[in-house]
Design a protein. Sequence first.
Length: 329
Amino acid sequence: MDVAGATGTLEASWQDEVRRLAASQDAVILAHNYQTPDIQDVAHHVGDSLALSRIAANTDASTIVFCGVHFMAETAKLLSPDKRVLVPTAEAGCSLADTIDADALRAWKSENPGAAVVAYVNTSAAVKAEADICCTSSNAVEVVESIPADTPVLFLPDQFLGAHVQRATGRTNIKVWMGECHVHAGISPTDIRTQVAAHPTAEVLVHPECGCASSAIWLAGEGDLPIGRTRIMSTGAMVDAAREMTASTALVATEIGMLHQLRKVNDRTTFLPMNAKASCRYMKMTNAQLLLRCLREGRDEITIPADIAAPARRAVERMIAIGKPGGGE
């Protein structure tokens, strides 16, 4: 038997079954950029969490299947309260979102009365409900600049994105929660130096959640990295940049699932991971079997209590109201 041919047939059969079930359930399948390639390829839409949530809100489908992590499906539910939102496994959490909960945020707020609370979208609905406004990695600076300069700001939960905002705005009245994404934090300045030395003419794309983001900016200023070819950007912005890229090589500092989309939109450039081990185990929990189970059994459904959903939705909508929400996380 032709093994390659058999594999191709099985893959096509699985994809056909997913699409058939989705049609029968009036469902649209959304996949985050960090999902495995097979999940990305079977989805109706692929992107970052906020962009996908906006697609969910605008679709005519009555069911949203969100292949990502739990807080992402929650955000989709916030923006699509009348739709059924499913996630292939509710066990897909987020190490960054888990660094703060609503009780911890309430305590922090009580220690800083009068401060405006800015919550990254990579947080639970309960945490969003305690925030004044949300942000993405691409519009965090714009969101903070919308707050009066003399108003203290509590920024949460990502310390590296918070440091980026402090640096970009020049504000000294921003307090930052010391949370981090374990995957992004693991991409180090050493990784950057090693990879850039090996690929001295490469474009460098760095997600602001990365532990190396601050160092990347500093190294560029020192001349150790090419200023014109080093960019700090969200995952959505990376896809946009890749479409126009003409460089032969690009080094990408974010979760390795991102490489699949970059390679799909540009086959002229070789996209390489800054750290090949930067893989999120939560993002990789979704697989073919769980997606099929989700569609067949209607699990796991996202529900958000009304007293949490209303203020959390306001925090997201306030972000959208001040300007373009950008490319997401």
